[in-house]
Write a protein that binds this ligand. Structure first.
Ligand code: 13P
Length: 248
């Protein structure tokens, strides 16, 4: 099944989140895709219990199970709130909150420990791309996050290739560019964790995707789905993407 994930970032009140959900829940397409919503934490509780056919996720997670970590929310707490997924090291967390690949490794381990699915976000920025360092950056992001996790993945892992230069720019990567980056990521994970890891790994593309561009990405065999920002905020545009994806 294709995966369609909505990252709402710091948008939507509880009422707006509920309205979106009412427009989406009950659609037959939900049975043909793995659909996950990453609302702001404030709306999680309201969506829980009404989100039939959809998975819920958090946009970040603390690396420890509990403790004196003001402002953080742990993986067991997210599970308690109804989450099955969490984003890890989104580029906006890397940029505004100083997250790095080592923190990502701890967060991924903590999510697996609590039985949640990490969606680990990687991608080079414009300067790295211009300097021809994009592939090296991706390799480092994958290697560091998997370092110390043992020879096998500790659970299911979703990796989203989100080139920083494409996010919010209105210009997505081309499907070929996304496919090449995700092939490199898959090779890296399998090289590090062995062939059995392949079955537990899903790969997404994210960055300025829209109903118009969704089909091109889904035609790449390596791409399992999309992580959508702005085009996910409007329920109709999100449903249009879902429609494309289940028929691609
Ligand atoms: P946009 O789709 O708004 O470019 O955002 C992508 C993103 O950051 C998803 O996590």
């Amino acid at each position: 099944m294709p995966i369609l994930a909505a990252n709402w970032k710091m948008y939507k009140t509880i009422t707006e989140a509920e309205e979106w959900l009412r427009a989406v829940v009950g659609r037959p397409e939900l049975k043909r895709a793995e659909v996950v919503v990453f609302p702001p934490l404030t709306a999680l509780h309201a969506l829980r219990g009404r989100s039939r056919g959809l998975g819920l996720g958090a946009q970040d997670v603390g690396w420890a199970a509990e403790g004196a970590f003001t402002g953080m929310v742990s993986a067991p707490q997210l599970r308690d709130a109804g989450c099955g997924y969490a984003l890890v090291a989104h580029s906006e967390r890397r940029r505004y909150a100083g997250e790095d690949d080592r923190m990502a490794a701890r967060k991924i381990a903590s999510l697996w420990q609590a039985g949640l699915i990490p969606v680990y976000c990687v991608g080079e920025d414009a300067a790295e791309r211009a300097a021809g360092q994009g592939e090296a950056r991706l390799r480092a992001q994958v290697d560091t996050a998997l370092d110390g996790l043992g020879d096998e993945l500790g659970g299911r892992l979703v990796i989203a290739y989100e080139p920083v230069w494409a996010i919010g720019s209105g210009t997505p990567a081309t499907p070929d560019q996304a496919g090449e980056a995700l092939s490199l990521i898959r090779e890296r994970v399998e090289g590090r964790c062995g062939g059995a890891a392949a079955a537990r790994l899903s790969l997404l593309y994210g960055g300025s995707t829209s109903p118009a561009s969704a089909r091109g990405f889904m035609e790449q065999p390596i791409i399992d789905g999309l992580l959508v920002g702005s085009a996910s905020l409007d329920a109709n545009s999100f449903l249009a993407m879902l429609e494309v994806m289940v028929h691609a």
